[in-house]
Design a protein around this ligand. Structure first.
Ligand code: A2P
Length: 287
């Protein structure tokens, strides 16, 4: 990432400057990269020894970039939900590839051994602490919005705190569901979770994937499927009730707003870390 300073005549006559190797601040090393579709990829990086986070939180990550005006290197950072659970030795992220996106147009080319910047200050609202106790928890995601739930779904607390855990994931195409599909399969056969929570824990976990632009077994936006009652019928549960249900939302802005409006109609109230209630929302971060 270091830029060479061109040697001009003037510079050549001065005492030679010590070449400056720009160290990447808060560097972590990429350990694995997986491309899911031409628009989606996930990657794993080393975890700073001191980093503690609550499942569902996000951190700022990025790469160094050269400032067009000054020619100096500076960090280009974006918020990324941590997709791995808090007990994992490494950190996992799930990202979209935006062709013209300042960060993801470059980030999509990372390889194991490369360094990225990771600011070790986790924050976020999609945490258990922001919800009152309940019987059933819903995770509503579109696209890469599944990332914080990939963390929460691998956290034993999710199954300890709730009798039922429902993940809904709406994507445009079938290939975009693959990350979530494999995640669910992995969780269902996870021996450590089974040991911690009991063999039958995965019976608590329900998965409701839908597509909107490509044929799949269940088509439609989750919002429409809830409004028509179809989603509740398919899952064999009653519509959301503040006495029983808790929910977390992470998707594109329109999706978040539409669900918020529906939840308020069901009588659910939005919570926060300092004021736990029935549901919490976070935007899936796009480049
Ligand atoms: P649709 O194909 O009908 O727009 P995106 O990739 O644009 O972020 O969208 C991801 C998924 O979220 C798509 O399946 C998209 O459906 C769906 N979606 C977009 N807006 C909403 C909304 N307001 N409510 C529910 N689903 C939505």
């Amino acid at each position: 990432m270091t830029e060479m300073t061109p040697v001009t005549d003037a510079a050549a006559t001065k005492a030679p400057e010590t070449p400056k190797k720009m160290a990447v601040p808060d560097a972590q090393t990429v350990t694995a990269v997986q491309h899911w579709t031409d628009r989606l990829f996930s990657f794993r990086v080393t975890r700073p020894a001191s980093l503690r986070f609550r499942s569902g939180e996000f951190v700022m990550i990025g790469l160094m970039q050269t400032d067009a005006k000054t020619g100096r290197e500076k960090p280009l950072l974006r918020a990324y939900s941590i997709a791995s659970p808090s007990w994992d030795e490494e950190l996992e992220f799930y990202s979209i590839k935006v062709p013209d996106g300042p960060l993801t147009s470059r980030l999509q080319h990372i390889q194991p051994g490369d360094e990225i910047i990771l600011r070790p200050k986790p924050v976020g609202t999609l945490v258990h602490d922001a919800l009152l106790p309940g019987k059933r928890i819903w995770f509503f995601a579109t696209g890469t919005g599944i990332a914080p739930f990939a963390s929460l779904l691998r956290d034993p607390q999710t199954y300890e705190d709730y009798d039922e855990v429902i993940l809904t994931h709406t994507c445009r195409e079938v290939g975009e569901l693959e990350y979530g599909k494999q995640l669910i399969e992995e969780i269902r056969s996870d021996e450590m979770l089974a040991e911690l929570i009991g063999e039958g824990f995965h019976e608590k976990l329900r998965y409701y994937p839908t597509t909107t632009r490509e044929e799949s077994p269940k088509m439609g936006r989750i919002t429409d499927l809830m409004r028509s009652g179809q989603a509740f019928e398919d899952l064999g549960v009653s519509p959301l009730d503040p006495a029983v249900d808790r929910a977390m939302i992470c998707g594109n802005l329109a999706f978040n707003l539409e669900l918020k409006e529906m939840f308020e109609e069901y009588g659910l109230e939005e919570g926060a870390n300092s004021d736990p209630k029935h549901y919490v929302v976070e935007k899936a971060f796009l480049d």
